[in-house]
Design a protein around this ligand. Structure first.
Ligand SMILES: O=C(O)CCC(=O)C(=O)O
Ligand SMILES: [Fe+2]
Length: 206
């Protein structure tokens, strides 16, 4: 965890393989599968409040917010609370909330290059993604590409969405995208934030 936080501070992003416990990723991927089988996922969109739009040409995933009512989701949220406390101890960011959603990208789906938070406006401080795909093949596509804050065409690295891998980055700084997946792709995207609302506006996922 300390190496991860050091990388995050130094480079604006950090990736760790085998970060999540195998049994936990397995249980989470089962919960996501059950949600999908029950038709409980919703197509994701972009924009907040009234500006919300369904734009599969920009992002093609379907999502469901995690709740502590299910054991594996509760466990995941508790692990992220521990990470938040460690980040707070070293960075004094005052993060006090974490929210996360499951995401399912069907075959061919992608998420175009974007940042998760607009400077000065939102309160997402650190973004996180955990991948739930056991046996992801090398040619499976679906990598997350991270770009340089000062030049969003310069690639800094790619993350293969394999189970156990965890990536985090500064929400306002780091442009990133999800390349088209050649297999159904499962993940949990989450945000550490300073505040739960923007004035009276609820602040859902971008
Ligand atoms: O799944 C990923 O690798 C990244 C997802 C993402 O960028 C987002 O949900 O904002
Ligand atoms: Fe994102």
């Amino acid at each position: 965890m300390e190496a991860l936080i050091d990388d995050l501070v130094e480079h604006g992003w950090a990736v760790a393989e085998d970060f999540l416990d195998h049994d936990l990723t397995h249980a989470l991927s089962h919960e996501l599968q059950a949600l999908e089988d029950n038709g409980a996922l919703a197509e994701a969109g972009i924009g907040r409040g009234r500006e919300y739009q369904h734009r599969p040409d920009i992002r093609g995933d379907s999502i469901r917010w995690l709740t502590p009512d299910h054991p594996a989701q509760r466990h995941y949220l508790m692990s992220m609370a521990a990470l938040r406390d460690a980040i707070n101890r070293s960075l004094f960011l005052g993060l006090f909330e974490f929210e996360a959603h499951f995401a399912r990208y069907p075959i061919g789906a992608f998420y175009q290059r974007h940042v998760d938070s607009f400077r000065g406006r939102a309160n997402r401080i650190i973004s996180s993604v955990s991948y739930l795909n056991a046996d992801w093949p090398d040619d499976g596509g679906g990598e997350m590409v991270v770009y340089a804050p000062e030049d969003e065409t310069r690639e800094l690295g790619r993350v293969v969405p394999r189970a156990g891998t965890f990536v985090c980055f500064l929400s306002e700084e780091m442009p990133h995208e999800v390349l088209p997946a050649r297999l159904p792709r499962a993940s949990i995207a989450g945000w550490f934030r300073r505040n739960s609302s923007l004035g009276n506006l609820i602040d859902p996922a971008l």
